[in-house]
Design a binder for this molecule. Structure first.
Ligand SMILES: Cc1cc2nc3c(=O)[nH]c(=O)nc-3n(C[C@H](O)[C@H](O)[C@H](O)COP(=O)(O)OP(=O)(O)OC[C@H]3O[C@@H](n4cnc5c(N)ncnc54)[C@H](O)[C@@H]3O)c2cc1C
Length: 400
């Protein structure tokens, strides 16, 4: 690909996650012929909600993480595997770690968030997150090691009882067949505080059935190589618990990925405060999408669903800006929520249904696959399981 031979300055999208890819897809659908360049530091899109199924082998890497090069040739955009290190907002340029400079006409920044290891001393050395393929590989190795060993080790501690902590606890527990205790720690007074109540109830049930112990109103105060200390959030009782642990998985805090080049945009909460059009006022040619954003006027959660809806809107706003038309404000349309709760199990609230169990698991899997960027590509390669007799039988032979 020769970047010098582009007919005009391209629209550049930084970060090929849910937000970035949704923007690219919507831009291509509304195309006015301007080139669209997607830049990501990795070579694969990662469908994070299906990481648990990748861990359990219920889905394979090619289903959960298609290569950008395949998506680019299917959807017809230019892909560049580069790490962006600098933005020159005045000259409308981005600069990558291998010193490639690209002048943009409009820029979309959707570089997402990752585990924040700065929240506690020693965390970087002793904990593992669960937000990318490297984390997945570390935890997969751990599960294999546990299953190949005859000894039972100290508990696995998971910090954070939000969706990632709860879903991961259930899946790991099933994968190690309850052989090792899992401790789920959260400083709040309930698990899944922002989830729908039906899903929370089903999740509580799923946890009760497994070898998972929940510590609510506790936070991890310190961590060392072999032990960690929990402290009660109630300063009057001032309870401490010392735990000899085998593995610490941290799902209790996120920060922007490689934040240096967007550092000046971030507020004290490590978010980019955008206006309702997903811009900041100083630079109307730059749009922001996904987990790095927050908006005071119309607050929205951080989720794949939000990132995808923002991506579509931003593409529409870029076209409007180029044509001199009015921009549209972002409004989140909550379609519902799905949780993975162990092998072959899930819970769904929304999408017109409230359902838990194996059928919910199949519906979740199919619903997510249909949201996979370049769905036609996935459809071709994974048609075998999507249209499999098994799923069709399940969908039509069971009543919710
Ligand atoms: C385990 C897990 C399960 C989840 N389950 C759900 C769920 O069930 N439902 C739901 O709605 N949400 C879920 N989420 C949240 C959802 O995945 C995120 O909200 C979503 O990915 C945010 O999209 P994004 O585009 O902002 O960022 P991301 O999808 O994280 O993408 C950011 C991209 O930017 C790239 N990047 C970063 N910095 C640079 C740089 N300097 N140069 C080049 N590229 C860069 C990264 O490589 C990455 O590909 C889950 C998250 C996790 C971790």
């Amino acid at each position: 690909m020769d970047l010098n031979n582009l007919k005009s300055d391209p629209i550049v999208v930084l970060g090929g996650g849910f937000g970035g890819l949704a923007t690219v897809q919507a831009l291509l659908a509304k195309s006015d012929g301007t080139s669209v360049i997607l830049i990501d530091q990795g070579n694969r899109f990662l469908f994070k909600p299906l990481l648990y199924e990748l861990l359990s082998g219920e889905l394979q890497l090619w289903e959960v993480a298609p290569q950008y090069s395949d998506l680019a040739s299917e959807l017809r955009f230019i892909f560049l595997q580069e790490c962006v290190v600098e933005i020159d907002e005045i000259e409308h340029k981005i600069i990558t770690s291998s010193a490639i400079e690209i002048t943009y006409s409009q820029l979309v920044i959707s570089t997402g968030v990752t585990t924040d290891y700065s929240l506690l001393e020693n965390l970087q050395d002793y904990a593992c997150g669960f937000s990318n393929l490297n984390d997945f590989r570390r935890i997969k190795k751990l599960i294999t090691k546990i299953n190949n060993s005859s000894e039972c080790t100290n508990p696995i501690v998971i910090a954070g009882a939000g969706p990632t902590g709860v879903e991961l606890a259930c899946k790991i527990s099933d994968l190690i067949k309850d052989r090792i205790e899992i401790y789920l720690v959260d400083k709040g007074d309930k698990i899944l505080p922002s989830c729908k109540s039906f899903n929370r109830e089903i999740a509580i049930d799923a946890i009760d059935k497994r070898n998972i112990k929940v510590y609510l109103d506790y936070y991890i105060k310190s961590v060392d190589k072999t032990f960690l200390e929990l402290s009660s959030t109630d300063h009057e009782t001032n309870n401490f618990i010392k735990i000899d642990y085998s593995t610490l998985i941290w799902t209790a805090g996120l920060k922007p990925t490689k934040s240096k080049f967007i550092h000046h945009f971030l507020n004290k909460n490590q978010k980019i405060k955008v206006n309702e059009f997903m811009q900041i006022d100083e630079y109307p040619n730059i749009f922001f999408v996904g987990d790095i954003t927050s908006c005071e006027k119309t607050p929205f959660p951080s989720s794949a669903q939000v990132a995808m809806q923002q991506g579509s809107l931003v593409a529409q706003n870029i076209i409007s800006l180029r044509k001199g038309n009015e921009l549209k404000p972002f409004k989140f349309d909550d379609l519902g929520e799905m949780l993975s709760l162990g092998i072959g199990n899930a819970s769904i609230t929304g999408y017109g249904i409230t359902l838990a169990g194996p059928l919910a698991f199949e519906i979740r899997r199919v619903a997510y696959l249909m949201r996979m960027p370049g769905f036609l590509l996935s459809f071709k390669s994974s048609g075998s399981w999507l249209i499999s007799q098994k799923i069709i039988n399940r969908l039509f032979s069971q009543s919710p």
